[in-house]
Design a protein around this ligand. Sequence first.
Ligand code: DX5
Ligand code: ZN
Length: 230
Amino acid sequence: MKNSLQEPALRIAPSILSADFARLADQVAEVESAGADLLHLDVMDGHFVPNLTFGPVIVKRLRKHSKLFFDAHLMITDPRKYAEPFIKAGANHITFHIETVEHPDELVDHLHSLGVSAGVSLNPTTPVSTIEPILPKIDMVLVMSVWPGFGGQAFIPDVLDKVRELKTRLQPSQRLEIDGGIDSDTVVSATEAGADTIVAGSAVFGEPDPGAALQRLRAVAVPVYEEHRG
Ligand code: DX5
Ligand code: ZN
């Protein structure tokens, strides 16, 4: 495994949602050789969000082609039921949505018992108070900066207040991910606010050269991170 949740301090996670699924392995290889830190896998069930993507079978096939850390973002109504199949398929980390679970504490323990790190995601208007009970044990918080379901949407700047609040609450080993509408402009304000794990779909795979696009994004984000957090 090339990467983990800990290194480097500022990580870029390309989202395959905007990749060409007919040549997925090649596209992933492009961002892997360009230095991607994590691979963000957007799983949608057509129920929690109004779109469908893929299940464990794709993750299992992709696993054979990549050594990247697989960061699975489950935008599904029943993450408890499907976490294990995704982990068995090769996911290294599972993020669930707080809006979908009644017993988040138990789910975090379950994920840890299955040997992966656990993340919790907040929709744009979901407050930090909803994850208060699991804050001490969560490995990563994912702040949605668009409404989940589709790539290519505009960044919602209001969520930056939540990123700032979380940054003051999380320990250095707990990661803060931002997802949606990230480009070379919005990555600056997201990183200034405290995000350390940057998901980018269309800003990477929507570009003619995804590897070069990833490196441009990193070249913008790392100096901002070092100025504010280094
Ligand atoms: C949206 C997904 C995102 C998506 C981001 O529901 O969770 O990960 O891929 O796409 P962009 O970067 O294009 O907004
Ligand atoms: Zn996502």
